[in-house]
Ligand binder design. Structure first.
Ligand code: NDP
Ligand code: 2IT
Length: 445
């Protein structure tokens, strides 16, 4: 059996009941085959893949908190410190009712390669809890975040592990987490990113993932002799990534016609009114169905998914496995030619393979959504310097990083005779730096 197949089998056997983690490992290891084949003897001797798929550390803990009625609750907290070969663990915290160890491990695993692709010195980690912020009062959110940080604080630090936001964690939650960390440690340091601008946050971090996604998409389209301006774009999600992907796509002359949340989706053939969406989702934290009160000619549906509309570009920006084979078939049938993942692993393996077989240019999340964590690393740099850079400076650096990521994954794909296969290109380019660093540091890593 090949080394890759052995490891895939071992992961499946050693960690039953972790389907998302298995999926991420399969996707990465399958596309690493050409590079593993070239170095198989050395990698086997050093147990490189065994080490790569096993987190350095998994921390799980109880998060007790009391709601506004005086009722106590317990949630499960996680931090997976996956790989520190190239820098301190870095990756977001997710708060959502469906969070479990499999989801946090898949996200932490993906983060290793994504962070490597940014070219910045950050290792891979992820955390979160099965706490759902939806419907909770501000006070309940604060109490939960304080309890969560009370345990997490002993495991993180500006040079050890630097969490940030993800689904369900935005500026409000980062603020409460930071306040508790500072109080406990008596230390004002850059231990979290995505902070508010009055206490060490970076300009353009809020926009970074969505903007970065569109910068990479734009570069991919332009290098294929086409342009983003005038294209029709379907986007899923209505959170941080979806909103700022919409904003940048609109600025570059594209027309975004869909958005979604977990209860339904909107189709506005005249183009999404982003100010209305920001008011609904960012200010009032309400349901997307309210969009119809502002734009009565738009459509709202709780059936099916955004991928049934006609579009040139699809940007899944909500959650994992939200675009399956049937969705991919519908997209291709309706003329879609470019897909870039704003979310982490939103496209199933079958759908990804279908896109590639049909010649759709497909940019995987670990490259396409790396602008968020890259700008988090820029926030860490600013914190270390005790300076803050202008919006334009951070945005320019972000754009440079995304263009460079595109060319890295394009080059790696071509080097292995698989031009335009950006799944292979991203996995190989991300892996090479981490593998070299792990080998250089000996088997302690
Ligand atoms: P937000 O919490 O801001 O928004 C998430 C959006 O996706 C919401 O509209 C939410 O709907 C919807 N959603 C979440 N879970 C589900 C689900 N199970 N089914 C259907 N819809 C769902 O999160 P982000 O925008 O930050 O994150 C979106 C994706 O992007 C995630 O995959 C995340 O890992 C990834 N990502 C985020 C980065 C960041 O910097 N924030 C960086 C890189 C990747 P509702 O409003 O109903 O909850
Ligand atoms: O998935 C991701 O890259 C994020 N949620 C952002 C992580 C970060 O540390 O900014």
């Amino acid at each position: 059996m090949s080394y890759v197949d052995e490891i895939i089998e071992a992961v499946t056997q050693n960690h039953p009941g972790e389907p998302e983690f298995h999926q991420a490992v399969k996707e990465v290891l399958n596309s690493l085959r050409p590079v593993i084949d070239l170095n198989e003897a050395r990698y086997r001797r050093e147990a490189l893949l065994e080490r790569l798929v096993e987190p350095e550390r998994i921390i799980t803990f109880r998060v007790p908190w009391v709601d506004d009625q005086g009722q106590a609750h317990v949630n499960i907290g996680y931090r997976v410190q996956f790989n520190s070969a190239i820098g301190p663990y870095k990756g977001g915290l997710r708060l959502r009712d469906n969070v479990n160890l499999s989801i946090i491990k898949f996200l932490g695993f993906e983060q290793i390669f994504k962070n490597s692709l940014t070219g910045l010195p950050i290792g891979g980690g992820k955390g979160g809890s099965n706490f759902d912020p939806k419907g909770k009062s501000d006070r309940e959110i604060m109490v939960f975040c304080q309890s969560f940080m009370t345990e997490l604080a002993r495991h993180i630090g500006a040079d050890t592990d630097v969490p940030a936001g993800d689904i369900g964690v935005g500026a409000r939650e980062i603020g409460y987490l930071f306040g508790q960390y500072k109080r406990m440690k008596n230390c004002f340091e850059g231990v979290l990113t995505g902070k508010g601008l009055t206490y060490g946050g970076s300009l353009a971090r809020t926009e970074a993932t969505g903007y970065g996604l569109v910068y990479l998409l734009d570069e991919m389209i332009r290098t294929h002799g086409d342009q983003l301006a005038g294209k029709t774009v379907a986007i899923s999600g209505a959170g941080n990534v979806a909103i700022y992907a919409t904003e940048k796509a609109q600025q570059l002359g594209a027309k975004v016609v869909t958005l979604s949340d977990s209860t339904g989706w909107i189709y506005d053939p005249e183009g999404i009114d982003l100010a209305a969406v920001k008011e609904i989702k960012e200010v009032r934290r309400a349901r997307l169905s309210e969009y119809l009160t502002v734009r009565p000619n738009a459509q709202y549906s709780t059936e099916g998914r955004v991928w049934s509309v006609s579009c040139d570009v699809a940007l899944p920006c909500a959650t994992q496995n939200e675009l399956d084979l049937a969705d991919a078939e519908a997209l291709v049938r309706n003329g879609c030619r470019y897909v870039a993942e704003g979310a982490n692993m939103p496209t199933t393996l079958e759908a990804t393979e279908y896109f590639q077989a049909k010649g759709v240019l497909f940019a995987p999340g670990k490259a396409a959504n790396a602008g968020g964590v890259a700008t988090s690393a820029l926030e860490m740099s600013q914190n270390s310097q005790r300076l803050s850079w202008s919006f334009e400076e951070v945005d320019q650096k972000l754009k440079g990083i995304m263009v460079s990521i595109y060319h890295k994954i394009d080059e790696a794909a071509k080097r292995f005779g698989a031009a335009d296969n950006y799944v292979l290109g991203a996995n190989i380019a991300g892996f090479e730096k981490v593998a070299e660093a792990m080998l250089a540091q000996g088997v302690a890593f």
